[in-house]
Design a protein around this ligand. Structure first.
Ligand SMILES: [Zn+2]
Ligand SMILES: [Zn+2]
Length: 104
C-alpha cells in the first residue's frame, strides 16, 4: 500500500489575486482572459462574429481598463466579457445584428 502524499491533502496554496496585473490579454469578441497571446489565439471563440467556434479568439489590442466602452454605441461595462455578451443597437450590420465591440 502506497499512501505517500495523502497526508498532505491540505497543502493548498493561497491564491493571491492581483487587481492591477497588466500582463493579461483578452479576446475582443468574448473577453476570454489569457496570460499570453499565443494561448489566447490558439483556441476557438464561442462569440466569433462568423459563429460560435468558427474562428479563434482575437486579441483585444486596447489596454486593460477598469471600464470598457462599445465603439458603436458607447455602452460601457466593467468587463469585456459582459460588454460583448450583449447585442448592440448601433451595430454596423444592423440593430442587434452583432455584439458590442470594445473601443481601444
Ligand atoms: Zn473569444
Ligand atoms: Zn454597442
Amino acid at each position: 500500500m502506497i499512501a505517500t502524499g495523502s497526508e498532505k491533502c491540505c497543502s493548498k496554496k493561497k491564491k493571491i489575486k492581483k487587481n492591477y496585473t497588466m500582463s493579461n490579454f483578452y479576446c475582443e469578441y468574448c473577453g476570454t482572459k489569457s496570460s499570453n497571446i499565443s494561448s489566447l489565439t490558439a483556441n476557438s471563440c464561442h462569440r466569433h462574429p462568423l459563429g460560435a467556434g468558427k474562428g479563434k479568439h482575437k486579441l483585444y489590442e486596447g489596454s486593460e481598463k477598469s471600464q470598457y466602452s462599445c465603439k458603436y454605441c458607447g455602452t460601457s461595462s466593467t468587463a469585456l466579457s459582459s460588454l460583448t455578451a450583449n447585442s448592440c443597437h448601433r451595430h454596423p450590420n444592423g440593430t442587434g445584428k452583432g455584439k458590442h465591440s470594445p473601443a481601444l
